[in-house]
Design a protein around this ligand. Sequence first.
Ligand code: ACO
Length: 430
Amino acid sequence: MSENKVKITVKGKTIELPIRSGTIGPDVTEISTLYKKTGIFTYDPGFISTASCESRTTYIDGDKGILLYRGYPINEVAENGDFLEVCYLLLHGELPTQVQKKDFDYRVQHHHMVHEQFSRFFHVFRRDSHPMAVMIACLGAMSAFYHDSIDITNPHQRMLASLRLIAKMPTLAAMSYKYSIGQPFVYPLNSLGYAENFLHMCFSIPCVEYKVNPILARAMDKIFILHADHEQNASTSTVRLAGSSGANPFACIAAGIACLWGPAHGGANEACLKMFEQIGSVKRIPEFIARAKDKDDSFRLMGFGHRIYKNYDPRAYIMQQTCHEVLNELGIKDDPLLDIAIELEQIALHDKYFIEKKLYPNIDFYSGIILKALGFPTSMFTVIFALARSVGWVAQWKEMVEDPAQKIGRPRQLYTGEVKRTYVSIKKRK
Ligand code: ACO
């Protein structure tokens, strides 16, 4: 490697590739001319060594356990700010002044309601539909309901779509929950804060007065803050790739939700709680730990490990504290699933296999426990993740659309299939 260049020799021909530096984090070598100059592609399944874009939004140092939103450490943001402040920060790049925050809160509040016909849209689904399936459909449908904000070349429409998304996700998420349990939809209340409003729409019913507990609302808000963005993870990369073709923001977010649903990503919090249920009692933990270590068994401990964080997940630390606050507030002491979670955490933190492979409890491990304590069924866990991540998705989508260097995403491949063959008619095939 010469200074600020990577030298690469292919079939006797040496070329130099430029190295670019960000403000922090590893440098990158720019390989866009590699194919033209050498005739070879790079091969990196899972993007282990590949930066897919330039971004100013979120920074992660997985070895040091650092997560910054627009430069601000996640713990400082989570302790001092609220979710809408984080939304403003991610969208605009700066923390709002008091006046800007008041105006932003007002604008989000006034977009909470969804088109009245949306309530009829829900009724086409079976009651037992997974709410993530319903959410993917809802986001697709938003392009139809709000087509005055899908012209991606118009900055005003881009911001309007972003605000609508942030404001309507809690309403749609709560509606998908209410529909699944056969209760009437609850309209948003603009006098409530963002997280309070979500709890109100999920848990209040017309016949009983519902007062939102401020400690639980704060916990909900922290869950939203901690899930708001996480640089180029699978679902965000999906949103960017979908958006690179010029697709509208709501369609792109629908794609992101679909990706998030997978158990290796956002579906892990649901999978984690299901795993506690499968384990059933503290006595059976060693059996499952042995399975997680067995190379011939596909079982993995859900809620453990992270592609990027190989030291600890800074969000998991905040979530762990919040988890204890919520359980204290609700007076939950003898929950069998919680006992399993606490024991698993201790065993895995001291077990050689998990230490050597740097597998620590991730954010999903604790968020699942909190959401269960708040009263959400497991099927809603990933929906709540999607709700919070929407701001990250839309902020990164906007950043991409506004980037003059943006091109349609089109990866290449290493083809290992059959080479050219002659077609044989069906009558002659053996
Ligand atoms: N339980 C047991 N072993 C594990 C686990 C686990 N949860 N996670 C990784 N390993 C082992 C692998 O078997 C592998 O072992 P090997 O080196 O002997 O082959 C090694 O650790 C590395 O695993 P990879 O899958 O290569 O690590 P990767 O960085 O690709 O995967 C992932 C990260 C997908 C998160 C993985 O740890 C996992 O599946 N965890 C469980 C699911 C989960 O909690 N996902 C949530 C992620 S956080 C989020 O999306 C918000």
